[in-house]
Design a protein around this ligand. Structure first.
Ligand code: ADP
Length: 227
C-alpha cells in the first residue's frame, strides 16, 4: 500500500444472485465511491497465465479461490488502480463486492480495510437461482451455466461466507430486502450511504443550507437577476 491508513470500505454482502454486482456498479459511478468486485477481477485475468488458470480451476467449479491468493490478487488490482489514478484512497470509499467471502479473509483484511457498514442483500434462494439462470444466458458465465455449479456456490455461501456476517458487529450490519425492485434496493442503499459519505467528507461547511432542507425559489434565483 502506498499510504498508511486503512481503506474506508462498505461491504456489499449477499448470496450469489442477490444483486451485489448490479448495485455495486451503480454505486461505483457515484463521485467519491469506488466499486471493486473480486468476481469481476477474477474474470478479467488472462486464462493463459498461471494465476488465471489457478483461479479458473476454482471459480468454474463454484469453489472459493484460496484466501491468500484472493487477497493478493485484489491488493495488486487496487494498487494498479491507484497508480493509474483510477482509485483515490484519500477521498473515495470502496464499495467492496464479493470480499471477504470467508472469516479468514475478513481477519486478513482487518489491517487493510476499515469497514464502515455491511450491506446485506437478503432474498430467498429460489429467486436468486432464477436470476443466475437468466444471467448465464446473458453474460456467458461458466459458473452460472450448470445447476450443479450453482448448487455448489450456494453450499459454499452457507458454509463459508454466511459466517462472515457474525464476524462484524451487529450495529454495522444493515439488512436490505433484495427481492424488491432494483431501483428500490438502490434507493435504500443510497439513503444509508448519504450520512456516511457526508461525515467522511467532514461536511460542516456552514455556507450550505442545513442538510435535507429544500431551497425555496427565491434562494435559487441568481442575485444579479433580483438586483
Ligand atoms: P456471485 O455474485 O454470483 O456470487 P461473483 O462474481 O462474486 O459471483 O464470484 C464468482 C466466483 O469467483 C465465486 O463463485 C468464487 O469462485 C470466486 N470468488 C469471488 N470472490 C471471491 C473471494 N473473495 N474469495 C474466493 N473466491 C472468490
Amino acid at each position: 500500500m502506498t499510504h498508511h491508513h486503512r481503506y474506508k470500505t462498505i461491504l456489499l454482502f449477499g448470496a450469489p444472485g442477490s444483486g451485489k454486482g448490479t448495485q455495486g456498479k451503480i454505486l461505483g459511478a457515484i463521485p467519491g465511491f469506488f466499486h471493486s468486485s473480486t468476481g469481476d477481477i477474477f474474470r478479467s485475468l488472462d486464462l493463459q497465465s498461471p494465476t488465471g488458470r489457478t483461479v479458473w480451476d476454482y471459480t468454474s467449479k463454484g469453489k472459493l479461490v484460496p484466501d491468500e491468493l484472493t487477497i493478493s490478487i485484489w491488493k495488486q488490482y487496487l494498487q494498479g488502480m491507484e497508480l493509474i489514478n483510477g482509485f483515490h484512497p484519500e477521498t473515495e470509499i470502496i464499495v467492496l463486492d464479493g470480499l471477504p467471502r470467508s472469516v479468514a479473509q475478513a481477519q486478513i483484511l482487518e489491517q487493510t480495510i476499515d469497514v464502515l457498514k455491511v450491506i446485506h442483500l437478503v432474498a430467498d434462494q429460489a429467486k436468486m437461482v432464477e436470476r443466475l439462470r437468466r444471467r448465464a444466458l446473458k453474460e456467458n458465465r461458466v459458473d452460472d451455466a450448470s445447476d450443479e455449479v450453482i448448487a455448489k456456490r450456494f453450499e459454499v455461501y452457507m458454509k463459508q461466507t454466511q459466517p462472515v456476517l457474525e464476524y462484524y458487529p451487529d450495529d454495522k450490519i444493515v439488512h436490505i430486502n433484495a427481492a424488491q425492485s432494483q431501483i428500490r434496493v438502490l434507493s435504500e442503499i443510497i439513503a444509508l450511504l448519504v450520512p456516511l459519505k457526508e461525515s467522511h467528507d467532514g461536511h460542516d461547511d456552514d455556507q450550505e443550507p442545513p442538510q435535507g432542507t429544500p431551497l425555496n425559489a427565491a434562494q435559487l434565483v441568481p442575485s444579479s437577476v433580483t438586483a
